[in-house]
Write a protein that binds this ligand. Structure first.
Ligand code: NAP
Length: 485
């Protein structure tokens, strides 16, 4: 069965605790990328609905900020339990709107729950300081307070977990939220509203608005009640939001695009490197910000690596995400397929060799064959552009210095990976790579306990880890004088 019904599939905005349609009654269709069949609709909202959602969040903030950390902790734990109790149902909904395999969708739902649990705990540890005073009769205290109304905008590739990393710390810190999920995958975002109701969060603490991205974004940026914007998506849209948010000087966190390099040195364990390469490249059909975009392999093991990678790639089972055994779902839409095709065409025109895949999949629609391209060169578009599809270009290098230079030759700096058996080299390369996250002999490194985020044009701020709650807190310095000591 490729389509199921879900109690969590809400086709309305959540504003101040009410599930409502857009003022105009206009809607957006949501389509299952595996079948092209319409799943349902969501409201096509604009500025007015967003303003009301912000006002509802602001009204709720007045009481939510005064709730005790223990109360928030308990509610977040209930939210965690509600997610895990419904893991299968939520995963099916995710697969239906996004396309990824049910196994991956269940994993995403589980990590969403894990982020909520992590921040339930971290919320109790937002310590301030008592600073040794330079004055005899004054005392110096530093406290942490919730920032206020947070607006969260998220992409379609991880429609559940990208929100978990924002909702978790926001609510734990005592902030309230206005959420705008991606239009192609809004149901996993709206499900957060239903889950929060189930867990017992007060009305208005979480508000969710779907619709016209530009209008919603404009209201979020211009409205002085919004104190922080947290965005995950493309660098292009991130730059627009940064510019617009400047008009009201909001706090911003930006999780933007990536162009991850994956370096394999002659001294690496090739079998392990290929295993890591498969997960670092083909997870979510290559549609993740931390997916390997460029493989750089040292000349001595180049042929062996390409052969083994192609062999493992050709074995990946492509199919609808809800079908048993599927490892690779469809791409999100036909535009994504066309882009991948263009990049493959650009590479082959410049001498790239398709070792496996390279074409639209026989299943039709937006399915694409998992692909390996050998003899990639820096003049190919892969070098600069996010592929966001199941294509692995493999470049050849001779020296460590050259590998580091090529890996860093991008405006992005999110995740990178490298494989070596030499400890000294591991440290040299790790220190030489200008990235926010580094996998050494590992191809899958995301975990709630560690700070996720990038440098350069990959963004600002960190999500997860103990750092992930900082952006939702304001620091207040209090000087208490006249103590007569
Ligand atoms: P996108 O086009 O930037 O869209 C992301 C979100 O922004 C969507 O909700 C979109 O709404 C909204 N949006 C678009 N234009 C807007 C505007 N002018 N004002 C306000 N909001 C606006 O990105 P995407 O294609 O969905 O996602 C893929 C990108 O996300 C890739 O670049 C990927 O690397 C990046 N990403 C980064 C991370 C990270 O943690 N660093 C994680 C995942 C993905 P609509 O859907 O309604 O257009």
């Amino acid at each position: 069965m490729l389509q199921k019904t879900s109690p969590y599939m809400r086709q309305a905005n959540l504003i101040g605790g009410e599930w409502v349609q857009a003022d105009s009654g206009a809607t957006i269709d949501v389509v299952n990328p595996a079948t092209g069949v319409k799943l349902g609709t969501v409201p096509k909202s604009g500025r007015a609905e967003t303003r009301r959602a912000i006002e509802a969040a602001d009204a709720a903030f007045a009481t939510w900020k005064k709730s005790s950390v223990l109360e928030r902790h308990k509610l977040l734990r209930k939210l965690h339990d509600a997610i895990m109790d419904n893991q299968q149902t939520l995963a099916e909904l995710l697969t239906m709107e996004q396309g990824k395999s049910l196994t991956e969708a269940k994993g995403e739902v589980a990590i969403s729950a894990a982020y909520i649990l992590w921040f339930a705990e971290e919320g109790r540890r937002t310590y301030g300081d008592v600073v040794p005073s330079p004055w005899v009769d004054r005392r110096v205290i530093v406290t942490k307070e919730p920032t206020g109304v947070v607006a969260a905008i998220t992409p379609w590739n991880f429609p559940s977990s990208m929100l978990a990393r924002k909702i978790g710390p926001a609510l734990a810190a005592g902030c309230t939220a206005v959420v705008k999920p991606a239009s192609q995958t809004p149901y996993s975002g709206l499900a957060w509203g239903a889950l929060a109701e189930e867990a017992g969060f007060p009305k208005g603490v979480i508000n969710i608005v779907t619709g016209a991205a530009g209008e919603i974004g404009d209201e979020i940026c211009a409205n002085p009640l919004v104190k922080k914007i947290t965005f995950t998506g493309s660098t292009e849209v991130g730059k627009i939001l940064l510019q617009k948010a400047a008009s009201t000087v909001k706090k911003v966190s930006m999780e933007l695009g990536g162009n991850a390099p994956f370096l394999v040195f002659d001294d690496a364990d090739v079998r392990r490197a290929v295993e890591g390469a498969i997960v670092a490249k083909y997870r979510n059909s290559g549609q993740t910000c931390v997916c390997t975009n460029r493989f750089f392999v040292q000349a001595g093991i180049y042929d062996e690596f390409v052969e083994k990678l192609a062999e493992a790639t050709a074995k990946l089972k492509v199919g609808p995400g809800l079908e048993e055994g599927t490892q690779q779902g469809p791409l999100i839409d036909m535009r994504a397929v066309e882009k991948v095709e263009e990049l493959v065409g650009d590479a082959t025109a410049q001498g790239g060799k398709v070792v496996t895949g390279g074409r639209r999949h026989a299943l039709g629609g937006s399915f694409f064959e998992p692909t390996v391209i050998a003899e990639a060169t820096p003049s190919m578009r892969f070098m600069r552009e996010e592929i966001f599809g199941p294509v692995a270009p493999v470049f050849r290098f001779e020296t460590e210095e050259e590998a580091i230079r090529l890996a860093n030759d991008t405006e992005y700096g999110l995740a990178c990976y490298f494989y070596t058996g030499d400890l000294g080299r591991a440290f040299r390369v790790m220190e030489g790579l200008k990235y926010g996250m580094v996998g050494v002999n590992e191809g899958l490194i995301t975990t709630v306990e560690a700070p996720f985020g990038g440098v350069k044009e990959s963004g600002l701020g960190r999500e997860g880890g103990h750092q992930g709650i900082d952006d939702y807190l304001d620091t207040k310095y209090v000087c208490i004088g006249g103590l007569g000591l």
